[in-house]
Design a protein around this ligand. Structure first.
Ligand code: ADE
Ligand code: ZN
Length: 336
């Protein structure tokens, strides 16, 4: 098999599942901590990087929420978003849909306006200066109450027309999608697209609830659906996208190794599966590395890589004209 890494890096790609607060590289984490007078429990970026050893989702979330403490001002949210978008452009990403969970910050007194204006400012400037198209998905925490999620929804309404959609992450097991039935109904009634993390550590029944009870537009992760063949078929038939994050799955022990990752099974099952980075510094790679590592570990063909990348544009929250243009650009690149 020829080395497909240069091809993968050059392909125009999407990123549909990443968390802005999970994209802070250790050096930036220390710079922001110093700027804001925040004490970190590590001595150096190297020590922080060495702490990236996770046994499960919970052990990761503990460290991730600790890192959130360094984001305080509008400028911080701008800088971290801009740093990610710059990195994404170098990775060949042309369309990025970014999650951020405001509750980690508003809890500590950070105004919603600082969070959203910082992120929107970076999205606008990045489009103008480096040509990447991006949008924000506001994410709620599933380990908090539904009332808190509703409060979050009310707080973001002044910016509703600039928000791409609403997602949900956090500790999955014990917090099934059905806990947020009224919240998701309200999001949809207010015109938002919706996604939820489901079937990462949780069972197939959580994925079923996500599509049947919450009626979300996309599933983030979704791995567990494969243990229910009727559900897998339903998701494939309805073209509900799964935003899968292979390196995250390995680091969080959702799968033991990349060579047994279900990505190829998902393709074979005709699922609209996409490859994404989740929290890139924590899990060891951006979108290209996720694709390159999967290509090697699973011996994916060039055609399978193109299919995964095309799926990203099929699943993106963009207009049909944009979709056609992006898909034509992928096909042009792939046919050389
Ligand atoms: N927040 C950031 N990354 C997450 C993940 N992989 N699962 C759930 N919540 C998250
Ligand atoms: Zn995630």
């Amino acid at each position: 098999m020829p080395d497909l890494a240069p091809f993968i890096r050059g392909l125009p790609k999407t990123e549909l599942h990443m968390h802005v607060e999970g994209s802070i590289e250790p050096e930036m984490m220390f710079a922001l901590a110093e700027r804001n007078g925040v004490d970190l429990k590590w001595d150096s970026p190297e020590a922080l990087r060495a702490a990236y050893e996770f046994s499960d989702l919970k052990s990761f979330l503990d460290l991730y929420f600790e890192g959130c403490r360094v984001l305080v001002s509008e400028r911080d949210f701008y800088d971290v978003t801009m740093a990610y978008l710059g990195r994404a452009v170098r990775d060949g990403v042309v369309r990025a849909e970014l999650f951020l969970g405001p509750q980690s910050f508003t809890d500590r007194g950070v105004p919603m306006a600082s969070i959203l204006k910082g992120i929107f400012g970076a999205i606008t400037d990045a489009k103008r200066d480096i040509g990447i198209s991006a949008g924000l998905m506001v994410s709620a925490h599933r380990h908090r109450s539904e009332a808190e999620a509703m409060e979050l929804l009310d707080q973001i309404m002044p910016w509703a027309d600039q928000i791409l959609g609403i997602g949900m992450g956090g500790a999955e097991v014990g917090n099934p999608p059905s806990k947020f039935k009224s919240f998701f109904l309200e999001c949809r009634n207010r015109g938002f697209r919706t996604t939820i993390h489901a079937g990462e550590e949780g069972p197939a029944s959580y994925v079923r609830e996500a599509i049947e009870v919450l009626q979300v537009d996309r599933i983030d992760h979704g791995n567990a659906c494969l243990s229910d063949s009727a559900l897998t078929k339903e998701i494939a038939d309805r073209r509900i996208a799964l935003t899968v994050c292979p390196l995250s799955n390995v680091r969080l022990k959702v799968v033991p190794r990349l060579d047994v990752h279900p990505l190829r099974t998902m393709l074979k099952a005709n699922l609209l599966v996409t490859v994404n980075s989740d929290d890139p510094p924590y899990f060891g790679g951006y979108v290209s590395e996720n694709l390159i590592e999967c290509q090697k570990a699973l011996a994916l063909s060039k055609a399978e890589i193109v299919r995964l990348v095309r799926n990203g544009f099929e699943a993106a929250f963009i207009t049909s004209e944009e979709r056609s243009q992006y898909l034509a650009a992928v096909d042009d690149f792939a046919s050389f």
